[in-house]
Design a protein around this ligand. Structure first.
Ligand code: SF4
Ligand code: SF4
Length: 104
């Protein structure tokens, strides 16, 4: 019965699935690579410049396209459809997702 109050979707083939909406983005871990921005279909994200004092020069495990002085923010979280594309491409596991109730 509880599942009825959770937001669900349905595929073209009729399979029900549960969107996992973005609830947080760890800006401290973010390296500003922009991958999530490129794949998000809903303009949920915006990349911003990091203040000079906050630039993280520890790039020991950054293997490519490091934005280094930028980070991603959640600017339109209510437009998220819970597709999880952002997390699939994020090299730093910055995103937190959750299913949400219909009346949130
Ligand atoms: S879950 Fe999908 S819609 Fe939501 S922020 Fe990530 S890519 Fe965008
Ligand atoms: S994919 Fe991850 S590390 Fe890259 S900009 Fe997005 S949140 Fe930051």
């Amino acid at each position: 019965m509880g599942a009825e109050s959770i937001i669900t979707g349905i595929t073209r083939g009729g399979t029900v699935w549960t969107p996992q909406f973005v609830t947080a983005l760890n800006e401290e871990k973010c390296i500003g690579c922009g991958r999530c921005f490129k794949v998000c279909p809903r303009d949920v994200l915006t990349i911003v410049q990091r203040a000079v004092d906050d630039v993280d020069f520890d790039d020991d495990d950054d293997d490519d396209d490091d934005g280094d002085n930028s980070f991603m923010t959640l600017t339109n979280p209510l437009d998220c459809i819970g597709c999880e594309a952002c997390s699939r491409v994020c090299p730093k596991a910055c995103f937190t997702h959750a299913e949400l109730p219909l009346a949130a």
